[in-house]
Design a protein around this ligand. Structure first.
Ligand code: PEP
Ligand code: MG
Length: 592
């Protein structure tokens, strides 16, 4: 039966495919497709993992028998018996084989997919005792996964298959494996999302998350339809269900009827046509009707994203979120050489255009690795994040600074510092940059000149801009955090997403004053938060005087189209009126 789940729109477009449910992050595993020739090796891997756990349990049972009934609790013996039974269950084995043979999932993916299927059956059981056995099932799955880690995996490359758009027949016949896959999860970390750059998935849905959470940001950078904050999605959608993701409306349609499928198929084709039209603007300079030149820059997460920035016609990188090089490495930080090579790849990839490398912004919803998530402090967004973490770990920070300075020998590099708020932090940062140069001199390593900029993303920074203007060559407004900290709204929390309002007068005034004060002193001011890529904000930002926008490569052409249709001489007085209004939402709808 068709039903829909509502969430928050994250990334435009429509995807139609089969649901792949990802279990809790405890059981996070790699997802990739294998080749047909690797099927039996993968089935053997699961079998060997399972056999290893069975042998381990049987050893335990033997030692229990040797201890005698007096020394062993009855519950332990019963529990081991249950675990053995579950491991030897035919349904689990058959199911896993099905995912590997028929869908070509890798062994770990197959095992967790089957866990989802069997787990659901447990959830539906009337008997409470039996229902609770689901946690045993999870435990044994975890043990098998762990055992499999010790069993070498054949060398398999992710194939990125399954991306062909399904024909109506595919969908109706429902018997093909070569259809897009939609990832469904309760929660995904930004590091998880990075894995999906290999584009195994055509769309994704999460139960939690706000529109500017970093998970959503990475989804946008992948340019695949996505919906976040769709509560209950991972409970209501079942493994392998057909799902439509409407990224623009923020809706997931589950088990769609043929009529609904046809309707969305039509919308999909319309979207493709619109994209095709936009592509014609690729080589058109971004100039307004009254001749104002505008700089359109790209936000990237990894060095190889430089290629998509170039393809989208970006005139540089306005924000390279370097923290993605640090995440998902189990706390092992990249060394100077690794970082230098990564930054150099981005710089060379941009073919002489400038690259703005932001120093690491770890913390809040970007933990170093998943095990560090949700532990520690109640308000991580207000804690040891970004430059605060860097200054508390000077050896780590100096390593990064040296790597960036060395990359600057290969092209234009701008250095951007996140989350600054105190003059003392600015001075410490500058002293460390100087120190990094001295260290490189002492080691005889080449480095290049850099312009140094500050992110303005905390209201206190915007309100004391003159201090920043004394030290920095340029400013970049991080509207994602500026909104979060001005309105006291957690950007990653879907329950307050309706209050996360880029058009709140306080936010607009801080953005406008930062642009005006910065430009009055001849400094370049850019916006690199999600506001820069939102076409409903383009005219307002132009009216405020902004001439430099940094966004995901996929958004550049649509923003360019807005710019080409704009006349800043008309936008300026209109923007002033919007800024003076108590409820700017009303005015923004009628743009000149
Ligand atoms: C911002 O805060 O607007 C920004 C660009 O940085 P991030 O989203 O990485 O916090
Ligand atoms: Mg920020």
């Amino acid at each position: 039966m068709t039903f829909s789940i509502h969430g928050l729109p994250v990334s435009r477009g429509i995807a139609i495919g089969r649901a792949v449910l990802v279990a809790s992050s405890r059981l996070d595993v790699a997802h990739y497709f294998i080749e047909a020739s690797q099927v039996s090796a993968e089935i053997n891997r699961v079998r060997d993992g399972r056999d290893a756990v069975i042998a381990e349990i049987q050893r335990l049972q033997t030692s229990i028998v040797q201890m005698g009934p007096k020394d062993t609790p009855h519950e332990l013996a019963a529990l081991l018996e249950v675990h053995l039974m579950l491991l030897q269950d035919e349904q689990l084995t058959h199911g896993v084989k099905h995912w590997i043979k028929d869908r070509l999932y890798n062994a770990e993916w197959a095992l967790t997919s089957q866990l989802e299927v069997v787990g659901r059956q447990f959830d539906e059981m009337e008997d409470e005792y039996l229902r609770e056995r689901k946690s045993d099932l999870e435990q044994i799955t975890e043990r098998v996964l762990r055992a499999m880690r010790g069993i070498s995996s054949p060398l398999i490359q992710p194939l990125g298959r399954g991306m062909r758009k399904p024909s109506q027949q595919d969908l109706l016949l429902d018997d093909t494996i070569d259809v897009p896959l939609i990832l469904v999860a309760h929660d995904l970390s930004p590091a998880d999302m990075l894995q999906f750059k290999q584009s195994v998935f055509a769309g994704f849905i999460t139960g939690v998350g706000g529109k500017t959470s970093h998970t959503a940001i990475v989804a946008r950078s992948l340019d695949i339809p996505a919906v976040v904050g769709a509560r209950l999605a991972s409970q209501l959608i079942r493994q392998d269900d057909w799902v439509i993701v409407d990224g623009e409306a923020g809706v997931a349609v589950v088990d769609p009827s043929p009529i609904i499928l046809a309707e969305y198929g039509f919308k999909q084709r319309q979207n493709e046509l619109a994209r095709g039209k936009l592509a014609r603007l690729l080589h058109t300079p971004a100039v307004t009707l009254d001749g104002q030149k505008v700089e359109l820059l790209a936000n990237i997460e990894m060095p190889d994203d430089a290629a998509s920035a170039i393809r989208a016609g970006a005139v540089g990188v306005g924000l390279f979120r370097s923290e993605f090089l640090f995440m998902g490495r189990h706390g092992k930080l990249p060394n100077e050489d690794e970082q230098y090579q990564a930054y150099r790849r981005a710089v060379e990839g941009m073919q002489g255009l400038p690259v703005t490398i932001r120093t690491v912004d770890i913390g809040a919803d970007k933990p170093l690795d998943d095990t560090a998530r949700n532990v520690g402090y109640l308000n991580p967004a207000l804690g040891l994040r970004a430059i605060r973490w860097s200054l508390s770990e000077p050896a780590m920070f100096l390593t990064q600074l040296r790597a960036i300075l060395r990359a600057a020998a290969h092209g234009q590099v701008h250095l951007l510092i996140p989350m600054l708020v105190h003059a003392s932090e600015i001075r410490q940062t500058m002293a460390l940059i100087d120190h990094a140069r001295v260290q490189l001199d002492n080691r005889g390593l080449a480095y290049g000149p850099v312009k140094i900029g500050a992110m303005i993303e905390i209201p206190a920074a915007a309100l004391t801009l003159q201090v920043f203007l004394k030290y920095f060559d340029f400013l970049s407004i991080g509207t994602n955090d500026l909104i979060q900290y001005t309105l006291a709204i957690d950007r990653a929390d879907e329950s307050v997403a309706h209050l996360y309002d880029p058009l709140h007068p306080a936010v607009l005034r801080l953005v406008a004053s930062t642009i005006a004060e910065g430009q009055a002193q001849g400094k370049l001011v850019s916006v690199c938060g999600e506001m820069a890529g939102d076409i409903s904000m383009t005219k307002l930002l132009l009216g405020m005087g902004l001439r430099s926008f940094s966004m995901h490569p996929a958004q550049i052409l649509a923003v360019k189209q807005e710019i080409l249709r704009s006349d800043t001489s008309k936008l300026k007085p209109w923007a002033q009126a919007v800024l003076a209004d108590d409820e700017p939402n009303r005015r923004i709808l009628v743009r000149p």
